[in-house]
Design a protein around this ligand. Sequence first.
Ligand code: ADP
Length: 935
Amino acid sequence: MTYDSSLSSLYEKAAYIKLFDALAGHNLLLEANPPLFTILAASPQRLQDVGMTKEAVVGKPLFEAHPGNSDDPTDNGVSNLRSSLDHVLRYKEVHQLPIQRYDLPDEQGRFSEKYWRASNRPVLNDKGDVIYIIHTADEITAEIKAAQREIQMAGVEKIFSLFMHAPMVVGLVNGDDYVLEMANEAAFKLWGKQPQEIIGKPILQGLPELMDQGIIERFDQVRTSGKPYTAHEVPVTSLVNGRREQHYFNLVYQPYYSRSDAKVTGVFTISHDVTEQVLAKRRTEESEAKYQTLFNSMDQGFCIIEMIFDANNKPVDYRFLEVNPMFEKQTGLIDATGKTAKQLVPDLEQHWIDLYAKVALTGEAVRFTEGSEAMRRWFDVFAFDIGNSHQYKVAVLFTDISEHKKAEAALKQSESNLRNMILQSPIAMAILRGPSFVVEIANDRMFELWGRGPGELLNKSIFEGLPEVRNQGYEELLTGVYNTGNRFTALGTSVTVPRKEAIGTIYINLLYEAFREADGSISGVMAVATDVTEQVLARKKLEENEAALEAALEQVRLSKEAAELGTFDMDLKNGAMHWDKRCRFLFGISHDRSVSFDDDFIKRLHPDDQDRVAEVVRRAFAKSLSNGDYDVEYRTIGAEDGIVRWVRAKGKVYFTPDEKPLRFIGSVLDITPQVNALQRVESLVAQRTKELAAANDNLSTLNKELQRSNANLEEFAHAASHDLKEPIRKIHFFTHQLREKLSAHLKESEVRSFSRIENATQRMGNLIDDLLLYSHVSHRPLETERVDLGETVQRVLEDLELDIEEKKAVVKMGKLPFVNGYKRQLQQLFQNLISNAIKYSKVDVPPTIDIRAEEVEKTATRYYRISVKDNGIGFDPVYADKIFQMFARLHGRAEYSGTGVGLSIVKKVVENHNGLIAVESEVNEGSVFKIYLPQ
Ligand code: ADP
C-alpha cells in the first residue's frame, strides 16, 4: 500500500479534519494505514453517540479507541469492521457493512449492546490511491431491538398457544398474592375448575388445597432469587371432583418479569404430571423389593439352576446360578452359587437331574416329593421353567421335609401300636373319627358294650349305627370334646343301648379323650368305657336302702317325738338294759340309774298282765316262734308314783346266725288316754244300743200302723173315687139331657150355668180319674218285668200324637235303656212328664222335648238317669219340691188345665222303682225332670 505524505496532502488532510468537525452524522475519518486505521477526525455526532471526548478518540488507532466487546463472543463487530476496511483498501470502493452489532463500553468500561448500520467509503487521491477512509455508522440499536422484539413476540405467541394446549400444567402467577393470570387447559382439568372461577384470583384463594404444600415458599424463592426452580416428582395434592388426589409433578418455576424493568414479579410454572410414571416406578420398585425380600426371607429353599447336557444332549448335571439364604439350611450345601450339583454332591441320584431336565425341556412345572439317599434328605419340590428355551434354566422352590417324613413314619408306627393296644385292651376302647364320629376302630369289649357287631358299626357314624344313644346327650359330649380338646370323664353314667333282646340301660365309667394328629389338631375322640352296671345297681340299691332307712329313721324320730314314744334297748348277752327318759316315766321311774328286766320291768307290770307279757317276751326271744317280733299292751304300776298306765310296747329281737337272741330293741307308748276313751265309748255305745233297740221297737209298731193306715187310705181313696165316678157320670149325663131338652127355652145366663155345671163335673171326673190312677200306682205289683223304656216312650208319644201335632212339638229321643219295673206305671210316668212338657210350653214357641238316658253313679248305686227336658215356661226353682205334692199347681187353671196330681203320680212311680226324682227349672228357661232308676 502506498502512502502520500506530501504537503498538499497535508493540507488536504487538515481541510478534511476541519470538515469533519462540522460534519453532521456519524462519521470517522480514518487514515488508510492498516492495521492501525488511525482516527484522524470524528464528527461531533459520533463523539456524542459513543460518549467519548475528541481527545480520547482522535489520533488513536481505530481498534484501540473501540476495542470491541471481548466478553461477548457473539460480538464480532471488530473482525467485520476490519475486513470491510480491507475490502475498501483493496477494491477502492464503498463497502456497506451488514447491520452490525458493535457493543460500546460506558465510563466504567461496561459494554452495552449496540447495533449499527455502517459503511466505509474510500477517499482517493489523484493517482487513485486510497488515502483516507470515511467510516459512517448510524446507531440503529433501538430499531434492531424493536424488530427483534417483534420476532420474539411472534415466538411467544406460538409458545403461548403451545403452552395452552400442552399436555403439561402451565400457569402464571403474578404479584405478591400470586394472582393466577394464566393457566392452560391441562391445569384447569387437573384442578377441576373453570377459568372464570380462578383466573384473576390469588392462587390460594382459588385453590386452597395448595396451601401448606410448600408451593408458595417455592414461588417466594423464585421471586427473590430470580432463579428458576426445578424439581422432580414433587407430590402435590389436588382436589379433583371434590376428592383429594395425589399427583406427582416434574416442576419448573421460572421467574417472570412483567415489565422490562428487570424485577421479578411473578412465577411461570410448568408442571409435568408424572404420576403414572412415579407410580409405575414405585410399583416396579416395590415388586423388586418384594421379590428381594421374599427371596431373602422365604423359609423355603429357592434356587435357580441351569441344566448341563453332554454331547449326546443327555442331562448330566446342573449348576446353581442363584440361591437364597434358606437354601443352605434346607440342603446343607454351602456356597453353592456357581457350583454344579455333582460338585457339591458327587453321588447325587440321576433322577434329580432327569426331573429338572424334563422341566427345562418341556417348560412344564412339576411338584413332587422326593428323597435323596446321597443327601440323606427328603424334599417337597416345586420346579418351574424360567428364561427362554435355550437357556434351560429352572427355578426350584423346595422344603426339607426329612423331619416330617420321620415324624410320619413314627406316627404310622404309633398308630399301629395304638390299634394293637386298643384291640388287645381289657377294657372297652374305640376311636371315633371326625365330627360325625365314625367308628374307626373298636375292640370286642366295646362292641359288646354297644350291643352291636363290627359289621353294623365299623366305618359308620356311631349315631348312625347306634341310633338309640342319639338323644342321650352323648353327641353333645363328643362334639364338646372334639371341638375343645377337653377330656370328659363320667363315672357310672347311664346309657341305653341294645341288649340281647331289648333295649337296656347300662352304667359305664366313661372317658372321652380328644384324639390328636401329629400337628396337634383334633381328628377324633377316643372313647374308653368300663361297664359298671352291676356296681352301680348295687350302689343304687344301697343308696335307695340308705335313703329309705334314713327316711324311716327320720319318721321314727318324728313320730317318736310326736307320739312321745319311749325306747328300750336290751343287750341280751349281758342283760344290760337301756331305757330312755320316756320309757322310765311310763314305769314311774325318775332316776337314770341302771334298770333290770325282772325288777324294773316284769315286777312293775300290773299283776294281771305279768304272766301274759312274760309269755310274749319268751315268744319274741324264740326266732322260730315269732321271728323276733314283739307287740303287746299291758299296764304298769309306777314304781315311784304308783300310777297305773296302759302301755303299748312294740319291739324286735335280733339274733345271732345260730338264732341266739342278741339284742332286744323297742318302743313303749302311753295308751292310757285311748284305753280310757275306748272304755268310755264302749260303755256309751252299749247304752245307746239299748236305747235304740227300745226306740226301734216303737218305730216298727208305728210303722206297721202307718202302713195299715196308708193302705186303708188308699183303699178308701180307691173305693171313694171308684164310687164317685158313677154319680159324676150320671150328673154329667142328666145335666146334658136336661140342657138339650130345655135348650130352646133357656136364657143365655142359664145356658152359661149349664156349661159351668158341665165343666165342673168334667173337672171332677178328671180329678177322680187322676186319683184313681194315683191309687193304682201306689200299689206295687207283685212281679216286675223287663221294660223297654224306648218302646214305652214311643207308645206315649203315639197316644199324645194329637197334642204334639196341635202344638207343633218336636220330640227328640235318645237311646233309652231296659229296666226292671212296672210297665204300666212307667208309661204313666212318661205320659205325665211329656204331656206337661207340651202343656207348659210358651205361647209362641213350639215345644221342643228332649228325652235321653245316661248311666250315672249316685250314692254308690248305678242308675239310669232319664231326663225329660223342655223349652217351656219353666217355674221358679224354689217350688222344685212343692210341685211333686198332691194337688200342687203353680200355674192358673184358666190358662193351664190340670189337677195337680200328675207329678205326684210320677213321684210315686219313681219311688216304686226305688228311684229318685229331681227337677231343675227357671222361669221362662224351660225345665228338666231327671229320673234315676237303678240299673
Ligand atoms: P197339673 O195337672 O197341674 O199339670 P202336675 O202335678 O202335673 O199337675 O204339675 C204340678 C204343677 O207343676 C203344674 O201345675 C205346673 O204348675 C207345674 N209343672 C209341671 N210340669 C211342668 C213343666 N213341664 N213346666 C212348667 N211347670 C210345670
